[in-house]
Design a protein around this ligand. Sequence first.
Ligand code: AMP
Length: 241
Amino acid sequence: MVAGRFSVALLIGPPGAGKGTQARYVGEALGIRHVASGDLLREHRQRDTPIGLTARAYMDQGDLVPDELVVQMVIERLARPDAARGVVLDGFPRTVCQARALDVALAERGGRVTAALFLDVPTDVLVERLSGRRVCIGCHSTFHVVLQQLPFDSTCPHCGDRLVQRADDVPSVVTRRVAVYQQQTAPVLDHYRVRGVLRRADASSSVELTRARVLEQLGLRESPELCSEPTERNPGHCVSR
Ligand code: AMP
């Protein structure tokens, strides 16, 4: 799927669609870096950089950070050596303006978006998913307190660090983020549809089943037919080809 000098795969979807989790899998499958604009912004906030200080108010209200700021931040990230073979972008572009800026920046280095994968989840599933989400402050892995039956004071099952709820995962902000997605990000799908690189995967069921669908849509190794049906106790299991 990654061809040419510098190719980028995108994961697009509403908040709570599982972009971060699936982008990690895609990055591993392709052997390229996963770059999340939300993680970059949170790092800026932690370091109190000018970008972080400006972004804070937008993020806490569930609004998009201004295009100029995010575009500059992501384009700079793409110029780093660990992105030389391409990247999987998660959460960027989120507006048509960002999508156009990305096209221009990639064209300047002989690259392009090779696939834009839309993770499709009905709105009612999103609020439930996000309000139970916890994020590890150490390794940024995400978990769901109900689906993964985490104890009240659980630490990260991967690295043992603290699990926290993101300020923008509280219900009122989640509702705002979903509305912002529908107004500003959904039109980005058309940008890639007309360029013939849009793919769609149903992301409403288990992480494993979604992973299989995503990898299949990108021409990678797993297929949903090779997965066991997910149940409440068993979230689904896939067999590699
Ligand atoms: P995420 O972690 O992708 O859910 O992003 C968290 C928040 O960061 C979003 O609600 C926005 O406020 C901001 N953000 C992340 N990516 C972008 C982007 N591409 N454009 C504008 N704001 C963004």
